[in-house]
Design a protein around this ligand. Sequence first.
Ligand SMILES: [Zn+2]
Length: 398
Amino acid sequence: MKYRDHQIQTQREAPNNARTKAFAFLVRAGYLTRENIPTKLGEHVINHLRKLSNEPSFTSHLSLPTIGNDNETFFSISSGPIQVAYCPACKYAERLELARFAKSALPYEEQLPLEKVLTPDCNTIDSLANFLNIPKEKTAKALMYTRVSDNKFVFVVLRGDMQASESKLKQQVGDIRPSTAEEIVSAGAAAGYASAIGLKEALIVVDDLIPRSQNLVAGTNETGYHFKNTNYGRDYSAEVIADLIQAKEDDICINCGNPLSVLPTNILATHNEYNFENILLALAESYHDEKGLTLHQPIAPFDVYLMHLPGKEVDTRAKAEEICDTLRHANISVLFDDRDERAGVKFNDADLIGCPMRLTVGEKGLKEGMVELKLRKGKENQLVAIENILAEISSVSK
Ligand SMILES: [Zn+2]
């Protein structure tokens, strides 16, 4: 591949919309446009990754610090749209809305008799807890939905201090939407003062902490009043008892008891599909230095960045072309920088694009039958006799 065929456009500056170093370098190195569209070079590396993905060793070649589970693989990156709950201790990882965590019940209490109390203007958990001067943990929160498939009224109960995960709820009951005011009234509930007590024809679903919680304050289905001391089993029961709660930072890992972290991530793979755009971004985030990308074999789009420095007496480009052919015949992939640019410009671009090796064909070296080899991650140049290039490349790429 020749530089000019690829229409590579590198940039001096990071784009001002870059939220990660990875994106900044991919744009600067000419793999992505500022609008996050792969360029010709970007398409090339994505196709290269796609081909490599047929090999069983693909993920070990990537060598990325991923997190995940049997179904999905994620990469933590600050711009990532998917929140994942992750346990650094045991590596448990799950999408936040489906993540499980260890809940602890409040200390057991003897069940007290139901007591109806006046609670004016207490249609939220906060106002209720304030008014009665109790912790939110001692209240029951009610959520009301209508099941899409059969218009069944779905009444959900969880502890007042917790947030429901609609994804977990949907796993239990199917697709749902918030109930309308009319549906709430016709089910016998009162918005802001709802409880499962006395409802008819409702599918009652409770979080699994509710049967372990005694004497919660809950609605009466009568505006302005709540019940003290509602108890699951005595006062109402449910068709479904399941974990319905959205995990959050520092919740306790279900497997090992250590605190969970919540990380923004990109998805890299599901069990049967890779996301190569996200893999490229993850590679750029993991493999760069201050000058550009530092991709390794075999995931780098080219093994060798070959360039010539225009000469006064020797046709360096013709010699570089010859070397390019030799490398290709040996199945070494080459990006040939065939532009008549200054050395500094080419060196900068070679560093940005990040091929593992750079070969420089210059007049001075050629007079002695030598070219210059530099590893992208190395500091030193090394002179190599032209006839030894293949041997040298294969020995350094091991
Ligand atoms: Zn854990």
